[in-house]
Design a protein around this ligand. Structure first.
Ligand SMILES: [Fe+2]
Length: 114
């Protein structure tokens, strides 16, 4: 899985790369901003995991989506200002979570484990 930003500004999720994608891959956790407010946090609840981001959800600054990557599949939850950036999904060893802030780009938590 790869998340890229096109010259137009569109952000695209490359689910399968069969030839080299020339658009620039967005790298997680590289913007100079608070890790605590952007990196997805989690709480395991039995066979489920609640993934959330402790971030403001204001009109001009908010988490646009949380993406859960299971490797063979992905789950994406989109948000709008005022929402609670939180999603509950099945827990699976090796899963990763990403969040996207409209001002501070992509963040990742690649160590979700019980
Ligand atoms: Fe932000």
């Amino acid at each position: 899985m790869k998340i890229v930003k096109c010259h137009s500004g569109n952000i695209m999720l490359v689910l399968k790369e069969v030839s080299e994608v020339e658009d620039k891959a967005i790298r997680a956790n590289e913007v100079d901003a608070s890790f605590e407010k952007h990196v997805p946090q989690y709480e395991i609840l039995g066979d489920q995991v609640e993934i959330f981001v402790n971030h403001v959800m204001e009109e001009d600054h908010y988490i646009e989506w949380i993406l859960v990557d299971y490797g063979e599949k992905q789950v994406i939850q989109h948000f709008v200002p005022g929402d609670d950036p939180r999603v509950t999904v099945p827990y699976q060893e090796g899963m990763k979570a990403y969040s996207y802030c409209n001002k501070h780009s992509l963040w990742a938590n690649e160590e979700i484990h019980s």
